[in-house]
Design a protein around this ligand. Structure first.
Ligand code: B16
Ligand code: MG
Length: 219
């Protein structure tokens, strides 16, 4: 039976997905690579280095940089991202997230975070959520990025619950794949056509309802 909810961070709890996009776009422009919001969809949930590789591929520039230079480019993007997230406050939760988290806690369920971001702790702190969560796993401590299930499995382990007893929420295709590979129930936020293997899809966080999700989970 249901024991825990595990959240993705960027794009589910708060709209940092937009800041990631802006920071990558600035870097891409500097490199003479055109980078659109549509291109950015493929980067959601994808690690910093893999995101850089995808952008270089878009501009056919993969071979133009050494490993050290790529490291420097990724760092540059992150510095820009860090300036963009400086002003995040508890007011920056996406619609209905505050209520959903409160309802989950009231129901006696555990609360976990599984983020592909190395900045997850910083963002959770700025949102005032760090102490609310029973377990937080970020990209600093996992070997494999999403769609690999590792980050979700580690979160379940930290909460002391079986994967089957977890409902996880994601905004990225790679993230939903990771949740299903972990053997968990998957809730997707975003356009229906992007999430064929999710158990429920909501167009936006505003529509998330604990009651409905649990009803579908219980079959
Ligand atoms: P960083 P999530 C992911 O976070 C983002 O969706 C993705 O766009 C980003 O590239 C990745 O984190 C790495 O972030 O550069 O901060 O380590 O959605 O899994 O919470
Ligand atoms: Mg995300």
């Amino acid at each position: 039976s249901l024991k825990a909810f595990i959240f993705d961070l960027d794009g589910v709890i708060t709209d940092t997905a937009e800041y990631h996009f802006l920071a990558w776009k600035a870097l891409a422009e500097e490199l003479g690579i055109s980078f659109t919001r549509e291109d950015n969809e493929q980067l959601k949930g994808v690690s910093r280095m893999d995101s850089l590789e995808k952008i270089l591929e878009l501009g056919s520039r993969t071979g133009d940089f050494s490993a050290d230079e790529k490291q420097a480019l990724a760092e540059k993007k992150n510095e820009h991202y860090l300036t963009l997230i400086q002003n995040i406050t508890p007011d920056d939760l996406l619609p209905a997230i505050k209520e959903l988290i409160a309802d989950i806690k009231t129901s006696g369920l555990k609360l976990g975070l599984a983020s592909a971001s190395k900045n997850a702790f910083t963002v959770m702190e700025s949102l005032g959520l760090k102490a609310e969560f029973d377990g937080i796993v970020d990209a600093k401590t996992v070997a494999h990025g999403k769609p690999h299930p590792e980050v979700f499995l580690r979160a379940a382990e930290m909460l002391g619950v079986e994967p089957e007893a977890c409902i996880s929420i994601e905004d990225a295709a790679a993230g939903i794949q990771a949740i299903k590979a972990a053997g968990m129930f998957a809730v997707a936020v975003g356009p229906k056509e992007s999430f064929e293997n999710a158990d429920i899809v909501y167009a936006s966080t505003a529509e998330l309802s604990l009651e409905k999700i649990i009803e579908v989970y219980n079959g």
